[in-house]
Write a protein that binds this ligand. Structure first.
Ligand code: DX5
Ligand code: ZN
Length: 219
């Protein structure tokens, strides 16, 4: 069974709770929160205050915080206190990745690592035993609504194989350019957590789109 993680990057920020309630009502399991700093990626988005406000509304979803920022260690505590259930950092932004993972876990929450399209999966081989989720980026991070990069598909299979060889129960999340029309190949490659921003929030009927995602990812 796959888990759906709508990215609020494509929600209406002036009506954020209302939009989040729609994906919650549609049964989506994760709320994907894209944090950008204007340095690691060329865009600026959400800080801990927004996470805290949403958490206080009693949203019944896993708060999945994707940090696309430099020096993530400096902000782990703030996002953990604000209500993150899992914090995902980029391999490319961490000089001491093992230490950063331990920092996240010291707050009693889950830890994940994201890989940009050009970053090989081997770079996290020695730390995947310490994490709960790998995020394979299928676009270059920074913006919603970009096209899926097909050359990342083998990376999903490689991580799945690596995890099963090591008998790890690892979630594999894929993020960027996923729609009902291409979700199947992502799931077939081995992903079980699907991020979708524009495909969900820009759709006329969110429940119907969520149902389409689920139908197309069963095989
Ligand atoms: C991109 C973000 C994604 C983005 C996905 O940098 O990490 O989570 O919101 O948006 P779509 O699904 O529109 O590609
Ligand atoms: Zn993301």
């Amino acid at each position: 069974m796959i888990k759906l993680a709508p990215s609020i990057l494509s929600a209406d920020f002036a009506n954020l709770e209302q939009d989040v309630r729609k994906v919650e009502a549609a049964g989506c399991e994760y709320l994907h929160i894209d944090v950008m700093d204007g340095h690691f990626v060329p865009n600026i988005t959400i800080g801990p205050l927004i996470v805290d406000s949403l958490k206080k509304k009693g949203i019944g979803m896993v708060f999945d915080v994707h940090l696309m920022i430099e020096n993530p260690d400096s902000y782990v505590e703030d996002f953990a206190k604000a209500g993150a259930d899992i914090i995902v950092v980029h391999q490319e932004a961490c000089r001491h990745l093992h230490r950063t993972i331990q920092n996240i876990k010291s707050h009693g929450i889950k830890a994940g690592i994201a890989l940009n399209p050009a970053t090989p999966v081997d770079t996290i081989k020695h730390v995947i035993g310490d994490i709960d989720m790998v995020l394979i980026m299928s676009v270059n991070p920074g913006f919603g609504g970009q096209s899926f990069i097909d050359s990342v598909l083998p990376k999903i299979s490689q991580i799945r194989e690596m995890a099963s060889n090591m008998s790890l129960k690892l979630d594999i999340q894929v993020d960027g350019g996923i729609k009902p029309s291409n979700v199947r190949k992502v799931v077939e490659a081995g992903a079980n957590v699907i991020v979708a921003g524009s495909a969900i929030f820009n759709s006329e009927d969110i429940s119907a789109t969520v149902a389409e995602f689920r139908k197309n990812s069963q095989f």
